[in-house]
Design a protein around this ligand. Structure first.
Ligand code: CA
Length: 419
């Protein structure tokens, strides 16, 4: 599909992440106005809440945009999602009859603050990257036992905490936790010294499923509203001590940062790719009826305090072993209900090369091989480092971007129990 040209000129530039083909969903505030729903177009935000209130955008079952989150649209289902996109294309395309009426609802993105685009109902994090699972398993348990026996059969996950999900730009405080290094005779309570990122994509559930009723992979794909970039901050020293036998707990509970825009599934349609070849056949309920991964180029930048950015990793979402639709289908096999606003983390997206690893744990191989950045080296994140996740699908003469997913790590509290 080629670029759809818009009368918002900035949306037509080749490097623009928000052309008319994209129309990602966010929540913004500008000046003193309360947060409201908007859609990115070029270097502007279209105030769709205002557009709906003015009668220029009519959605079935509406109003759906009179709240500062997208959950009501997400719950309305694929017909409404398609109608919303069709109407926005009609209003924003070159030569649009209603241009004059729509133009007054454009707000410059540069002056706007962006908020979490949806109310996160629950958060589940998976571990579905083959290269990442092998690398981490090798470091934690040795190459022989790197992949657990279930890994090639089940998209492994754990239930995270919706309360710790934050929007891009939110500072992340280095956590304290219980750690026990190889030289320690007993565990200690200390600030994490092996604080890390995980480069992931998040799938955002739109349509809910019923308690007691598993869904197929095809049904799961239909339930997904869109995708965000996701940084699942991880304290590796806390993780190594606590993770057996029930998986990570406090190591992953400090924060999870999302990019500010939800890219709707429809914008990613041209970029669908199949999951990689299976090493072991999957049980039938996990078979994909059609490609459900996406070709999305990803990168991670690290900016030390007062320094310049170094891109420390480049990879692609298509490296995942399981798709979000497979993860969502598997999630319901027990009868577990999925709700509007549920967030599924893909698992860390590492590629096969050293330069395509999606965590510092892997890039520095457990801290033993520090890598170069501007003005120094890193094994794990140091205080006041800023980490930036970026992603884009590349079409014919246009990009589909997500907005940067940024977080700065600020120093640990001197004493978390001081009162
Ligand atoms: Ca993770």
């Amino acid at each position: 599909m080629p670029l759809i040209r818009s009368w918002v000129e900035s949306a037509n530039g080749e490097g623009c992440p928000f052309p008319l083909n994209n129309l990602p969903c966010g929540v913004f505030s500008a000046g003193v106005a309360e947060p409201r729903c908007g859609v990115a177009i070029g270097d502007m935000i279209l105030d769709v809440a205002g557009l709906e209130a003015a009668g220029l955008l009519v959605l079935e079952g509406g109003p759906l945009l009179d709240v500062p989150f997208w959950n009501e649209v997400m719950a309305a289902g694929p017909m409404v999602w398609a109608a919303l996109r069709a109407r926005l294309v009609e209003l924003l395309a070159e030569g649009a009859a209603e241009r004059g009426a729509v133009a007054r609802w454009l707000v410059p993105m540069a002056g706007a603050e962006l908020h979490l685009p949806f109310l996160v109902s629950e958060y589940t994090d998976f571990y579905a990257g083959r290269h990442h699972a092998f690398n981490v398993g090798t470091m934690f348990r040795g190459a022989e036992n790197a992949l657990p026996p279930n890994w090639l059969h089940i998209p492994i996950g754990y239930n995270g905490r919706a309360s710790s999900v934050v929007v891009s730009g939110t500072d992340v405080r280095r956590p304290w936790g219980q750690v026990k290094g190889p030289q320690d005779e007993a565990p200690r309570f200390a600030p994490s010294t092996r604080f890390d990122i995980e480069l992931e994509m998040g799938a955002v559930v739109g349509l809910p499923s019923e308690h007691g009723q598993p869904v197929t992979v095809a049904e799961a794909d239909d339930m997904i509203f869109g995708y965000v970039l996701l940084n699942d901050w991880s304290a590796r020293d806390i993780q190594a001590w606590e993770y057996q036998p029930l998986g990570p707990f406090q190591a992953k509970a400090t924060a999870t940062t999302l990019s500010p825009w939800i890219v709707m599934k429809a914008a990613l349609e041209p970029f669908r790719v199949a999951i990689p070849a299976r090493e072991k056949p999957l049980l039938p309920y996990l078979h994909e009826p059609r490609p459900m991964l996406y070709d999305i180029a990803l990168e991670v930048g690290l900016v030390p305090e007062g320094g310049c950015e170094t891109v420390i990793s480049r990879t692609n979402y298509r490296e995942m072993y399981y798709s979000a639709a497979q993860q969502l289908a598997h999630h319901t096999t027990s009868g577990c209900a999925m709700n509007t606003g549920d967030l599924l983390g893909s698992g860390t997206i590492s590629g096969p090369e050293k330069a395509s690893r999606g965590s510092l744990l892997e890039l520095s191989w457990g801290g033993g091989e520090p890598f170069a950045i501007d003005g120094g080296t890193r094994s794990f994140i140091e205080d006041n480092d800023t980490l930036i996740l970026r992603g884009a699908a590349r079409g014919e003469g246009y990009l589909i971007g997500f907005g940067d997913c940024i977080g700065k790590v600020i120093p640990a509290l001197a004493d978390p129990y001081a009162r």
